[in-house]
Design a protein around this ligand. Structure first.
Ligand SMILES: [Zn+2]
Length: 212
């Protein structure tokens, strides 16, 4: 099951902010007060082990008895995920699937007893308790393509969102609804190349605004 951390702290949109988000999530899980945990926490630069693979973390009430969990750092619901987070989460998920015979399928409406991969918001408990993670920014077709990549030669699916890339001051920004989020540089280009955007789009000159 995929979760996102959602500290709500607006100062955590940068790469360093993601690291803080990962560390504070780990610290929170270590405290008795949290009464929650996760097998793995993933930021763009770090993968932190919280609970070993020989047991399930307590992460989604009744589903915790039968599902591994990943917390992906995302401080705010509309913050974009990094390609590194997709790659790391897919590597972990693929390993769990191969190890435990979990089918590599996404389950958009998860009920207890089903076998596959789902999000907290898609689960019985998540729907009942109003959970919204990993949310609209989590690109399930891309993530599932990565999980199955070992076995597929098909091209990456087209992007499911309407993000535009803007080069500015040496960084790549994703622009959406008039807001800018810091994303870094090369990573974003790689992500969009992987996802099948034309080279002309991914390598547009600095300062050019792309209408996508
Ligand atoms: Zn969650």
């Amino acid at each position: 099951m995929i979760h996102s951390t959602r500290s709500g702290l607006t100062g955590r949109l940068t790469l360093n902010g993601h690291d803080l988000e990962a560390q504070s999530t780990y610290n929170w899980f270590k405290s008795e007060d949290s009464r929650a945990s996760s097998n793995i926490i993933i930021s763009p630069r770090e993968t932190i082990r919280a609970v070993p693979d020989d047991r399930y973390a307590w992460h989604a009430k009744e589903h915790s008895y039968s599902m591994y969990s990943i917390e992906v750092t995302q401080a705010l619901p509309h913050q974009m995920y990094w390609d590194e987070q997709y790659q790391k989460a897919a590597n972990v998920t693929r390993k769990w699937c191969n190890m435990s015979g979990i089918p590599k399928v996404y389950i958009p409406v998860y009920e207890p007893g089903m076998k596959g991969i789902t999000g907290h918001e898609d689960s019985t408990q998540g729907r009942r308790d109003g959970k919204s993670d990993p949310g609209s920014e989590w690109d399930w077709p891309y993530f599932m393509w990565l999980v199955k990549k070992d076995y597929l030669v098909a091209p990456a699916p087209a992007p499911t969102t309407d993000k535009a890339i803007v080069w500015h001051n040496g960084f790549t920004y994703a622009e959406r609804w008039g807001h800018h989020w810091y994303l870094g540089s090369q990573e974003v280009v790689q992500r969009y190349l992987v996802r099948g955007w034309p080279d002309a789009v991914a390598r547009a000159p600095r300062g050019s605004r792309l209408d996508l």
